[in-house]
Write a protein that binds this ligand. Structure first.
Ligand SMILES: Nc1nc2c(c(=O)[nH]1)N[C@H]1C(S)=C(S)[C@@H](COP(=O)(O)OP(=O)(O)OC[C@H]3O[C@@H](n4cnc5c(=O)[nH]c(N)nc54)[C@H](O)[C@@H]3O)O[C@H]1N2
Ligand SMILES: Nc1nc2c(c(=O)[nH]1)N[C@H]1C(S)=C(S)[C@@H](COP(=O)(O)OP(=O)(O)OC[C@H]3O[C@@H](n4cnc5c(=O)[nH]c(N)nc54)[C@H](O)[C@@H]3O)O[C@H]1N2
Ligand code: SF4
Ligand SMILES: [Mo]
Length: 672
């Protein structure tokens, strides 16, 4: 038995340091147990309910271990030579006949590793392929944050959150999605802090909080403006901070003045007294901290919503106290030299961009895409409007190559599946979006079967295509040296030797870390309160589609990454369901447990109905981006969602789907 420490590669703010136990067996060394590093200040000795089960996905029976080529009778194993030669030949043909803008790479954050994640884009930028804009998750939030606070999202150090006296968990189900914040929240509460959860439905985080405000979805800008109006009218704003560190106060005051308590109540659905007391408590608590989630951004007006909420700490000057302020993401603190990362230096000004939320449209025959490379993502399940995404991927005249660790529903649609290594099998470097530790993983195990890292696969293709760009062929040491080649003070003393030796290193942040205490890295050095955020009164539901469907993350899944692990699915009640308030269901003649048909303008799915008062009236909740194969109709929930983009950042709108619900005859033969 051997033990090693590795950082979790998954798309989660916690970037945990894991204690990985390996054991010799007849087939070689195997991972047998995963827990948290007790010595890591953020991980604090526990891994989440998902990643303790990572060995089940590492050794899953369906994991692709050799290159696969689709034939008329299903997938056939082929050698790496044969697969790479054939793919390079076809790509060469596409380049010759249609040019590089017929090639689309599609990727997201299956691994957060800088080498196997972002640096993997180098091949496509060297070829001059279509440029994919990574907008599926954080782009609306980032654009909104940066509109006030300048480039790069900086956040509060999680350890300082323990000092806050009032904590607003706003549009985040942090007990599920950011579980390593919980110890700091608990510590703050022991010291007297009150914790408020602002979320349309009642979930694990609401149960943990002292107060739950069930806001009407998509109306956070109205709530933030209504709070500001109370704060200004009672003179509770921080005049000194506003004068010294911000600009545009007049415009913000004017916008807030439109939001008296009555109007705010009418729009948000929250009682006026609750809004008033929240505003007062928030203004006077020192320190007050807001943990912003992405939930409020996944609506058409999501950018404005996050912008409005993110300006509250500026109005009240909370940025000046240790533990006060707000965090959306801490990613901006990792001031690496990203000039060559993923071949950024090769990006041409005239490159054609594809918004990843519009994959369905990009893959229409008229879109001109002839070769699609998917890596670190599972778009047949996670992308909006999956019926059209799947139809596009299945096109006869499209070469679809999928690099995967799992036989996902995207991989099942591929012409070639190329087996990828897991974080246990490749080395990499990791940042975080929830804390301030940079970390390095060595490869702990040899690749299973013939799995190979993305970087190896793309280098082999590059060679065959005659690509001479040297950064495509960089091994990790060269990439690491280049990334650390930065004079930024946050990287002082952070060297590759130390990273290799110590594994996880805290950035050299000033202590205390008060990123916006004196202003922000905008052109003027001040927080931009103008243009003032607005809420446009309109609600997406209609008579035909009277309910708004929210599709937030499930506790036991990480997007779709653990979607094939039956043990985790079992902990999520075994199959995807949809939740509805009993007072909505009963008048419509719908019963608990029955199979219903849910229709949107994009498609329809069948799901068992679960009646619960945890969901407010008028709202349906479907937790978890389940693989389609777990439901009777084989369809993922994204068969219902749309390509609609947010007002800022061209982001996704997964919580903005108007739907109708009706009972289904299939009710007579319920799922086993
Ligand atoms: N267990 C688990 N952890 C995860 C993930 C996972 O799938 N499972 N995914 C990871 C990833 S990629 C991400 S981006 C993060 C996302 O983590 P979060 O930011 O927590 O997730 P969101 O989907 O943004 O939804 C958060 C909450 O916002 C609520 N919400 C929806 N609409 C609104 C609204 O209009 N206003 C307000 N105030 N709230 C609203 C939802 O009901 C939900 O409870 O989590 C990461 N961590
Ligand atoms: N309805 C709805 N849809 C959503 C969301 C929602 O809340 N509701 N959330 C959205 C959000 S926030 C996000 S971030 C996206 C996430 O979407 P994705 O980034 O697609 O995330 P995952 O579903 O986790 O799929 C990642 C895939 O990458 C693979 N992978 C991991 N490591 C490697 C590697 O090293 N090499 C290769 N080749 N593959 C690897 C994994 O096996 C997995 O299949 O989904 C979005 N979709
Ligand atoms: S998924 Fe998140 S909470 Fe779970 S081990 Fe990985 S980083 Fe930690
Ligand atoms: Mo995400």
């Amino acid at each position: 038995m051997r033990e090693t420490l590795l950082t979790c590669p998954l798309d989660c703010p916690d970037a945990c340091r894991l204690r990985v136990q390996l054991e010799q067996s007849s087939g070689g060394e195997r991972v047998v147990r995963i827990g948290g590093d007790p010595d890591h200040p953020m991980t604090k000795g526990f891994a989440c309910a998902k990643t303790v089960h990572y060995p089940l996905r590492q050794y899953h029976r369906d994991r692709p271990l050799r290159p696969l080529r689709k034939t008329s009778s299903g997938f056939r194993e082929v050698s790496w030579e044969a697969a790479l030669d054939a793919i390079a030949l076809q790509v060469g043909g596409v380049l010759e006949r249609f040019g590089p803008s017929a090639i689309l790479p599609y990727h997201y954050a299956g691994t957060m590793g800088l080498r196997e994640g972002e640096h993997a884009h180098t091949l496509f930028r060297a070829l001059g392929a279509l440029e994919l804009d990574e907008t599926i998750c954080a782009s609306a939030g980032k654009a909104a944050w940066e509109s006030g606070y300048g480039q790069g999202c900086l956040g509060v150090d999680p350890a300082d959150v323990a000092r806050a006296r009032l904590i607003l968990l706003w549009g985040i189900n942090s007990l599920s999605t950011h579980s390593h914040l919980t110890p700091w929240l608990t510590q703050a509460r022991k010291a007297g802090a009150e914790i408020v959860h602002i979320d349309p439905y009642y979930n694990k985080t609401s149960r943990f909080a002292d107060r739950h405000l069930a806001i009407r979805p998509g109306t956070d800008a109205a709530l933030a403006l209504g709070m500001m109006q109370q704060i200004f009218s009672e003179g509770l704003e921080d005049r000194a901070y506003l004068a010294e560190a911000t600009e545009g106060e007049g415009e913000l005051r004017a916008a807030a003045a439109q939001w008296d308590l009555d109007r705010t109540e009418a729009v948000t659905g929250l009682p006026a007294e609750q809004i008033a007391s929240l505003a007062r408590d928030y203004a006077v608590a020192r320190p007050a901290f807001i943990r912003l989630g992405y939930g409020m951004t996944r609506h058409q007006q999501g950018g404005s919503a996050l912008r409005a909420v993110s300006l509250l700490p500026a109005v009240c000057g909370h940025w000046r106290s240790v533990g006060g302020g707000a965090t959306l993401s801490t990613s901006g603190a990792f001031a690496l030299n990203r000039r060559h990362l993923g071949g950024r230096h090769l990006l041409r000004p005239g490159a054609i961009h594809v918004n990843m939320n519009r994959l369905a449209t990009a893959l229409e025959p008229a879109g001109g895409v002839r070769a699609l490379f998917v890596y670190n993502s599972n778009p047949a399940v996670v992308a909006p409007d999956t019926n059209r995404v799947r139809a596009g991927m299945a096109r006869e005249d499209l070469l679809t190559v999928v690099l995967e660790q799992a036989m996902t529903e995207t991989a099942q649609l591929a012409d070639y599946v190329l087996p990828a290594t897991t974080f246990l099998e490749h080395e990499d470097l990791y940042t975080s979006y929830g804390h301030h530790y940079l970390s390095y993983n060595q490869a702990a195990l040899p690749p299973l079967g013939e799995a190979r890292p993305n970087s190896w696969i793309f280098a082999e293709l590059g060679r065959r295509l005659g690509v001479t760009e040297p950064t495509l062929y960089w091994e990790l040491p060269a990439l690491m040296e280049d990334l650390l080649d930065s004079a930024h003070p946050h990287l002082a003393g952070v060297t590759s030797e130390r990273l290799r030796r110590e594994g996880s290193l805290r950035l050299s942040l000033p202590s205390p870390f008060l990123p916006y205490a004196a202003g922000a890295p905008t052109c003027s050095g001040r927080v931009h309160l103008a243009p003032a955020p607005a809420y446009l009164e309109s609600y997406p539901t209609t008579e035909d589609f009277p309910y708004l469907l929210l599709t937030p993350p499930a506790h036991h899944f990480l997007n779709s990454t653990y979607g094939m692990v039956e043990q985790l699915a079992a902990q999520e009640r075994g199959r995807p369901d949809v939740w509805m308030h009993p007072e909505d269901a009963l008048p419509a003649g719908l019963r608990d447990g029955q199979i219903v048909l849910i229709r949107s303008r994009r498609g329809q799915v069948t799901r068992p109905l679960r009646l619960t008062e945890e969901t407010p009236r008028g709202v349906l909740v479907a937790e978890g981006t389940w693989w389609g194969s777990f439901s009777q109709d084989g369809l993922p929930i994204n068969a219902l969602t749309s390509e609609l983009l947010t007002d800022l950042g061209a982001g996704s709108t997964f919580h903005d789907t108007p739907v109708a619900v009706s009972s289904l005859l299939a009710d007579i033969s319920p799922l086993p």
